[in-house]
Every structure is written in structure tokens, then in C-alpha cells.
Design a protein around this ligand. Structure first.
Ligand SMILES: Cc1cc2nc3c(=O)[nH]c(=O)nc-3n(C[C@H](O)[C@H](O)[C@H](O)COP(=O)(O)OP(=O)(O)OC[C@H]3O[C@@H](n4cnc5c(N)ncnc54)[C@H](O)[C@@H]3O)c2cc1C
Ligand code: FES
Ligand code: FES
Length: 465
């Protein structure tokens, strides 16, 4: 049984928890305002809001309902366009009308829902954050300039928002219907049953539903994204510990991670889009084992350890880089799952960088990605870890390159020679994301870009030639 509130209505349903939320909303509740575009998380036409009660307050985020399991709505407030509509247009709906932000209208509902999610955030809104909120929405016919102008209006209208109590302010100013005020009480009355302990582990579902939509519908699922034992980011001793079911937005909002990685926002905004980051988990990225997984590249370079548990309760750990044995072949038995990961918090001599190039800057998977963690003392490389995606059948740890660099003086010559070593340990293939020669060259440039980014006084653009 899945129990939640859909707009203003209490839902109790025995439909399979592996059904997509989109299908439930459209075909079982006949709320057809939510549109179907790609069914792969790519276009945002199906976006809904999911509100969660945390410490007495509702926290809302947008998500792509076409790849979200119905079971993940358990105990939540799900909002579709029908739940945002009022007699008068909301300011963000009016902005789209005034700026001619819609033509055929297939995408429009998704844009409106994303704008609503941004309005509901417990932080000031900037023009950049309003634009960022629609980074997972694609429009094929209007043209983005008019939608950007609508976003500007939305931003201007939010300037005086009460960030301590956005829901009340938004209700008062006609952004959302009044019933939102009663939702915390209604949600707190829902008794959430113990989740099913099914066969297929589902985090956000952003990989599974793209690849195995029908299979998941028929499977018994083990939904872990709300499992409190598997989420959260904390410091323990000199280590940072991240729960396996933590998503990229939770990483982005973490004070601990932002302190460790001052460029975290710049790095993570290159990963998927807002609604995908809101649900896709870090362990899902590891286990999917895509050779171009961004979070995988990120955490391999941090020399992270992952912790596994099996159904009998036995635990073990291994370095993330050692998880990958061949294309989609893992050092993991069927009944093991990841509980958390950990990495050493870098000291002041240790530097981190992440680079990614894809065909589109945002909402696209990488042609090549790479991350580095390097410790330099008195100009000597004490320790270095470099990952590279898109250049091998697995997320690659550049072992030989790292061995070559360790103990060397940090000079242009050292880096040039290391780049040669690197070429001998990668074997990209030509595919839709680029020719193998291009990927080799790209990796070379990106690894050099790490050094330019981290040590700008030492390395200049000239060396790229
Ligand atoms: C539109 C779109 C854009 C994307 N863009 C990017 C991108 O830019 N970069 C990128 O790296 N990825 C991208 N992805 C891929 C995906 O979002 C990520 O890989 C995400 O981190 C997967 O997490 P999830 O929780 O959704 O995985 P799920 O689909 O829930 O699970 C994936 C696999 O992991 C297993 N699993 C999940 N959690 C555990 C666990 N704790 N222990 C053991 N097994 C587990 C599942 O059983 C399944 O086999 C994109 C996906 C979409 C749909
Ligand atoms: S239908 Fe395109 S993201 Fe869901
Ligand atoms: S208005 Fe037609 S796709 Fe956006």
C-alpha cells in the first residue's frame, strides 16, 4: 500500500510500487495536465513536485515522474499542475503568458512546475537559480529567449519572499493555493508502513526506469532513497561519510561538502539536471557502472572506500576504483548492497578538481570526464589520484599515470611525460560521443586543465598547444 497526498487528496493505493509516478497520476488519477515527452528523464514535460516533511516544514523539489517509482511517493506531498492552478493565473504562469513562453504547450506544464519548485525553496532566489530550476526542461518550439524573460519576471516577483516561511508568503501572494498550509498536518498523520524488502534495489530510479521500465513495473522493489540509515553526509574523525542513497542535490546543499570542495556547485551543476539531481543517488551512479558516470569519476579521484552489506548482515569494504572488473562487471555479489562511502578529508596541501566535456554543457552525459586529487608539498607531488571516464570499458583509475607522477617535481616537463604515460593506459572507442582519437586528445587536455586550474601560476595555456 502506498499512501501519500496528491495535490489536496489523500491517496491510498495498492498499485505496484514499481509503477512510474507519471503513469499513476495520468492513467489512474486522470490528471492529464502532466505531459509525456521522452519517458527517459530528458525533457521535463512530466515534472511534478515532491514535498517531504522535515522538522515540521515541507521541503519541495521537482522530479521527473516518468522515471520515479510510485513507491517513492510514500508519505509525501505530490503536486501536479492541477494542484497549482487557481482561479487566477499564478505570477509564474502569467509571466509565461506575458512573454509568449509557450506555443504547442507540451513542455509548458513542466516549466511551470519547475518554477513553482524554485519559488518554494528556503533560500533567496536569484536570476541564476530561477534559470537553474528549469535546466531539465526542454522546449522544442517556443525558443528559450521568451522563457528566459519569463524567468526574469519570476525572479523579480520573488525578491521579497520570506525565506523562513516561503509557503505562507507564496500563499499570501497568490503563487500557490491555500491548501498548501494544511499539508504538514495532513502528512504528519500518514502512517508510513515498513518498506517492501523486494529483489530490485531502487534508489532514484533514474537509471533503472530508463533501461528496464517494464521489468521494474513487474518486480518486487526495495526502495531505499528514504532509508535514513542509507542517507546523510557527516564527518567522523578525519573522514567524510556519505550514505549510499544520498542524491546529488543533497550533496550540493551540504555545508560539509561545500567547505571541503569550494567549487562543488560548478562541478555538480554539470551532472544531469535539477530534477534528476533531486532523486538520482550516489550508489546508483556507482552500481550502474557507466564508464562515464560523473559521481563515480568524482569519488574515484578521492580514493573513496565503499562499504557493502549482504542479506545475512555481513559487511566488507573496498576501494571504489576496485569495484570495476570489466564492462558492467562488478566485484559485488547479487545480494550485496552499498551502505555508504567514505573518503579522507583533504588537508591544506591537497587539491581537487573535476572536468567534464559533453556535447551540450548541461543535461548531457560526458564524452570524457576526469577528476584529480593531488597533494603537493614544497613543489613535490606526494600523492595523486586521477580518474578518467569515457576512455575505457570501466570508470578508469589512471594507475600508471599516478605512479609516474608520485614523488616527482611539479613541472611542465613532468606533466608532459605523465600525459604520455596516460595515453598508454586508456583505450577509448568511437561512438556517438566522439571518435576515439578525439577522446584521447580530450582527456589529455582535461588532465592538463586540472593542473592549470589548480596551479595557475605554474602552468600556462601555451602548453596546451
Ligand atoms: C536525463 C538523465 C540525465 C543523466 N545525466 C547524468 C549525468 O550527467 N551524469 C551521470 O553520471 N549520470 C547521469 N544520469 C544517470 C543517473 O541519473 C545517475 O547514474 C544516478 O546517479 C543513478 O542513481 P539512481 O539512484 O537513480 O539509480 P537507480 O536507477 O535507482 O539504480 C541504478 C542501479 O544501482 C543499483 N543500486 C542503487 N542503489 C544501490 C545500493 N545502495 N546498493 C547496491 N545497488 C544499488 C540499482 O539496483 C540499479 O542496478 C542521467 C540520467 C538521466 C535519466
Ligand atoms: S517525459 Fe521527458 S522527462 Fe519525463
Ligand atoms: S511550447 Fe512546444 S515544446 Fe515548448
Amino acid at each position: 500500500m502506498t499512501t501519500f497526498i496528491l495535490n489536496n487528496q489523500l491517496i491510498q493505493t495498492d498499485q505496484p510500487q514499481g509503477m512510474t509516478l507519471l503513469d499513476f497520476v495520468r492513467y489512474h488519477k486522470h490528471l492529464v495536465g502532466t505531459k509525456i515527452g521522452c519517458r527517459e528523464g530528458d525533457c521535463g514535460a512530466c515534472n511534478l513536485l515532491m514535498g517531504e516533511l522535515i522538522d515540521g516544514k515541507m521541503h519541495y523539489k521537482s522530479l521527473t515522474s516518468c522515471i520515479t517509482p510510485l513507491g517513492n511517493a510514500q508519505g509525501k506531498h505530490i503536486v501536479s499542475i492541477e494542484g497549482l492552478n487557481m482561479e487566477k493565473l499564478t505570477p509564474y504562469q502569467q509571466a509565461m503568458v506575458d512573454e509568449s513562453g509557450s506555443q504547442c504547450g507540451i513542455c509548458t506544464v513542466g516549466f511551470i512546475v519547475s518554477f513553482a519548485g524554485e519559488c518554494l525553496a528556503y533560500r533567496p532566489n536569484s536570476y541564476e537559480s530561477v534559470i537553474g530550476a528549469i535546466d531539465g526542461n526542454i522546449c522544442r518550439c517556443t525558443g528559450y529567449k521568451s522563457i528566459e524573460r519569463a524567468a526574469k519576471i519570476v525572479y523579480n516577483k520573488l525578491k521579497n519572499k520570506d525565506i523562513a516561511n516561503p509557503v505562507a508568503w507564496l500563499v499570501q501572494h497568490g503563487f500557490i493555493p491555500e491548501y498548501f498550509m494544511d499539508i504538514p498536518k495532513k502528512i504528519s498523520q500518514i502512517v508510513v508502513p515498513t518498506p517492501l524488502n523486494g529483489h530490485v534495489i531502487v534508489g532514484g530510479g533514474t537509471d533503472l526506469f530508463v533501461q528496464k521500465h517494464d521489468e521494474i513495473y513487474e518486480s518486487s522493489v526495495n526502495l531505499i532513497s528514504d532509508n535514513k540509515h542509507l542517507t546523510g553526509i557527516r564527518k567522523e574523525g578525519g573522514k567524510c561519510i556519505i550514505g549510499a542513497a544520498t542524491n546529488a542535490t543533497q550533496m550540493l546543499e551540504s555545508d560539509i561538502l561545500n567547505k571541503i570542495f569550494p567549487n562543488l556547485y560548478a562541478h555538480l551543476k554539470l551532472v544531469s539536471s535539477t530534477p534528476i539531481r533531486n532523486i538520482g543517488t550516489v550508489a546508483g551512479n556507482f552500481i550502474n557502472a557507466s564508464p562515464i558516470g560523473d559521481l563515480t569519476a568524482f569519488f574515484i579521484a578521492l580514493n573513496s572506500t565503499i562499504y557493502l552489506k549482504n542479506k545475512s548482515g555481513n559487511t566488507r569494504f573496498l576501494l571504489l576504483k576496485d569495484l570495476y572488473k570489466g564492462y558492467k562487471i562488478l566485484d559485488k555479489s547479487e545480494d550485496e548492497y552499498i551502505t555508504h562511502l567514505s573518503f579522507d578529508i583533504p588537508d591544506s596541501d591537497t587539491y581537487f578538481n573535476f572536468e567534464k566535456v559533453s556535447k551540450r554543457t548541461y543535461l548531457d552525459i560526458a564524452s570524457v570526464n576526469t577528476a584529480i586529487q593531488i597533494t603537493v608539498q614544497n613543489d613535490y607531488i606526494e600523492e595523486v589520484h586521477i580518474s578518467a571516464g569515457g576512455v575505457a570499458p570501466i570508470p578508469k583509475y589512471l594507475q600508471q599515470t599516478c605512479n609516474y607522477l608520485t614523488g616527482k617535481h611539479l613541472t611542465e616537463n613532468t606533466i608532459s611525460e605523465a600525459l604520455e604515460v596516460m595515453q598508454s593506459e586508456v583505450a577509448p572507442i568511437s561512438d556517438a560521443r566522439g571518435a576515439k582519437e578525439y577522446k584521447r586528445l580530450l582527456l589529455r587536455q582535461l588532465v592538463f586543465a586540472h593542473f592549470m586550474e589548480l596551479f595557475p601560476e605554474k602552468f600556462e595555456i601555451a602548453m596546451l598547444a
